[in-house]
Design a protein around this ligand. Structure first.
Ligand code: SF4
Length: 208
């Protein structure tokens, strides 16, 4: 993966949610604030600015930069919990909404665990996701299946970022929760409305 762009951890979650959303954000730097994204930023600010502390035998370290050279990924962890007696590390991710059936939040968490394993030469068996809306904490097993799914998504995102392609819009129920809905317009057209599309109109490469 050395000749490819490094993949931000946030892109994995965006890709698992919708490859087009991932490409619009990371290839075209498209972003639109709505109340959902603002709530998410406030939540992360609150988590990131808290001081490190130790309580009941658990050390809490916040806003940690992580990366994996082997996988070509980098990003920031919201929180690491370190059990002082067992020495076990547990990454914890904070999310605005609620737990989902799909794995897109768990993939981001698993990628964080893979970074920590490589950086610290340790093994991580589980992490957790804390959901603000439901005030619930989900324990996530860093299973071989989740690791496989995560490395597969990393590879696909790496290709997407390297090729700078923008997948076409396809309307699904997820679109209702998408912060890029008005930019993407998935119901009006499934045509590519990205900058690359408009450039292709004038370059003679246009294909409908
Ligand atoms: S509106 Fe739908 S198709 Fe468009 S980027 Fe968002 S989730 Fe993807």
């Amino acid at each position: 993966m050395n000749d490819r762009r490094s993949v931000p951890l946030s892109a994995l979650q965006h890709f698992a949610f919708c490859p087009r959303q991932c490409a619009l954000i990371h290839n075209e730097q498209s972003w639109e604030e709505n109340w959902l994204t603002t709530q998410g930023q406030l939540l992360h600010h609150r988590v990131d600015t808290a001081e490190p502390e130790t309580r009941n035998g658990i050390r809490y370290e916040r806003s940690i930069s992580v990366s994996s050279e082997r996988l070509g990924i980098f990003g920031k962890l919201d929180l690491i919990e370190i059990n002082m007696s067992s020495g076990k590390y547990k990454p914890v991710e904070y999310k605005r909404g609620k737990a989902k059936i799909d794995n897109w939040d768990r993939i981001q968490l698993c990628a964080q665990a893979l970074c920590l394993e490589e950086m610290l030469s340790i093994s991580i068996t589980e992490g957790a996701i804390w959901y603000w809306q439901t005030r619930q904490r989900e324990t996530v097993s860093i299973s071989s299946e989740l690791r496989h799914e995560t490395t597969n998504v990393i590879e696909r995102v790496s290709i997407l970022l390297h090729d700078s392609t923008i997948p076409k819009a396809k309307y699904t129920t997820k679109c209702k929760a998408c912060s890029l809905y008005s930019l993407c317009n998935p119901k009006l057209s499934n045509r590519d409305t990205s900058a690359n599309y408009f450039i292709s109109l004038f370059s003679g490469d246009f294909q409908d």
